[in-house]
Structure formats: C-alpha cells, structure tokens
Design a protein around this ligand. Structure first.
Ligand SMILES: Nc1ncnc2c1ncn2[C@@H]1O[C@H](COP(=O)(O)OP(=O)(O)O)[C@@H](O)[C@H]1O
Ligand SMILES: [Mg+2]
Length: 261
C-alpha cells in the first residue's frame, strides 16, 4: 500500500457525508446528488445500481476525484480530499484511485505494455519498477501474448482487459468501474467481470462497480441503489439472497432431506 496516505488505518477507506452535487445554476440547475452518506471498507466489492439519471456516474466522479462535490465531505483513507485543488487531486487519481470506463481509453499510439506503464509514469515509479510490473499485470489479465499489440489490433474485450491491467498497475486503494461491460458482447463482458472478481479476491482490491445487470450485481458483496441522487438501498448480498431466495433455500433443504441417507 502506498505510504503517506494512511493516518487512520482503522478508518473506512471511503467515508462520504452529505455529498451533494448541483450541475448548472439558477432555474436550470440540476441536483444530481442529494446528500449521500456512505462508508466503504477496505477490500469490499460494491455494486452501484439504479435507473439512468439517478446519479451513479456523478457519484463515481466524486469518488474518483474527477469532480468536487457542491457540498459535503469525502475522506479517502482517513484524509479529507473533498476540497483538494486539481493538481493534488490529479496526483491521487491514477495512483490511489483509478478508473475503468465503458468507453475504453487506451492511447492508440502505445502498445499494450506502454499503455499499462503510463499511470506508473505519472505515479513516478522508476523504469525498473514499471517494466516488470506491466508484464506481471498483463499476465494477470491473461494477455501476455498481446504485449506489443496496439489498441486498434485488439478486440473490445481484450482492450478492456488491458485497461483494467493499467488501472490496477499502480497499486491503487480504490478501483472504480462505470459500466465497464456496457460496450462489450456478453461473452467478453463475463470475462471482464470474472477478472474484477479475481482482482478483488486475489489482491484484496476495493472495487466499486456501476452496472445495469442484476446478475452482475449479485456477484458483488454489497449492492447500493441510488434513486434521484439518494441511496435508497444498501444491502449485503448474502442478506439479499437470503431474503429473495427463501423459496430456493427451502427447495435445497427439501432436496437435501430427500437425498441418499
Ligand atoms: N455535466 C452535466 N451537466 C448537467 N447535468 C448533468 C451533468 N452530468 C449529469 N447531469 C445530470 O445529473 C443527473 C445524474 O446523472 P448521472 O450521474 O450521469 O446519472 P447515471 O450515471 O445514474 O445515469 C441527471 O439528471 C443528469 O442529466
Ligand atoms: Mg452513468
């Protein structure tokens, strides 16, 4: 874990209080977030769901230090980051907090390895650290053979896996993914989601994933629902499955009882 950002190791990784966001001014102003309180512990995998326009991307932008909230506080690893100036925010972004978007933002002029190295350049890692780390990440996403391919020579699913390797390479505290499978076919989408689960399990990475797909959300440990800029549901998946799956559970029990003695 990067040093220097962890004054309160027991604090949740993310603590939001009263986060409010307005776009525009006067009569035409739109309130995208209306007082969001949220704690996310280290190592959690959270699915963020809700109808279109409910504020999911806005919340991700606040979490990712791309936008400052109109009001409220954001503590990241115990440090108040709600009022950081853009230079300081940019330094944390790309090293402590990284993004995977629906639209895949690889640089077309760089091959896979160089794309993965880029955020490590910004994080001021040395060349000797970057090279091996980039190869290791490429291997982790199962694409060692694409090391010297350019984005135009990759499928959408491959490019998204390279984008994930790039996001994880600097060793971030928090990985944010806004509909990362939205532009992929079902099969590539499943591969990408399995990859997020692996990264979560193997690296203990804290992940917030925006998704429309209920089956995807069920793979997270916790599901948060936003509606009209407010959190209307925050449930551990085990509890949810319990509540929704009582019939299934009853069936399983009945089968168990009816099985071989
Ligand atoms: N840059 C912007 N300027 C003005 N309104 C915006 C902007 N971004 C989002 N909004 C508005 O804020 C609300 C929440 O949007 P968004 O966070 O993108 O929702 P979601 O990702 O859940 O679809 C919507 O009403 C949307 O139209
Ligand atoms: Mg959105």
């Amino acid at each position: 874990m990067p040093a220097g950002l962890d004054p309160l190791p027991d604090a949740p990784l993310v603590r939001l209080r009263g986060i409010t966001m307005w776009y525009g001014q006067g009569a035409g102003a739109v309130q995208a977030l209306a007082g969001v309180d949220l704690d996310i512990r280290r190592g959690e995998m959270v699915a963020l769901v809700g109808p279109s326009g409910s504020g999911k991307s806005t919340l991700m932008h606040v979490l990712g230090l791309l936008d400052r909230p109109s009001a409220g506080t954001y503590q990241l690893a115990g440090r108040d980051v709600s009022r950081l100036r853009s230079g300081a925010a940019a330094r944390l972004r790309g090293s402590q907090v990284t993004f995977v978007f629906q639209a895949i933002h690889l640089l077309p002029a760089l091959d896979a390895l160089r794309n993965i190295e880029l955020p490590m350049v910004y994080a001021r890692m040395t060349r000797d650290e970057r090279g091996p780390r980039a190869r290791q990440m490429l291997e982790r996403v199962g694409l060692t053979h694409l090391a010297h391919r350019y984005p135009a020579q990759m499928s959408g699913g491959q490019a998204q896996r390279v984008a994930i390797a790039r996001a994880v390479a600097p060793g971030p505290h928090l990985l944010l993914a806004d509909e990362p499978t939205g532009a992929l076919d079902q099969r590539s989408g499943r591969t990408v989601l399995a990859l997020f689960q692996d990264l979560h399990r193997q690296l203990g990475l804290t992940i917030v994933l925006v998704t429309h797909e209920p089956t995807v959300a069920q793979h997270a440990e916790r599901i948060i629902r936003l509606e009209d800029g407010r959190i209307t549901e925050d449930a551990r998946v085990a509890e949810r499955l319990w509540a929704e799956g009582e019939n299934a559970a009853a069936r399983t029990t009945a089968e168990g009882q009816g099985g071989p003695a």
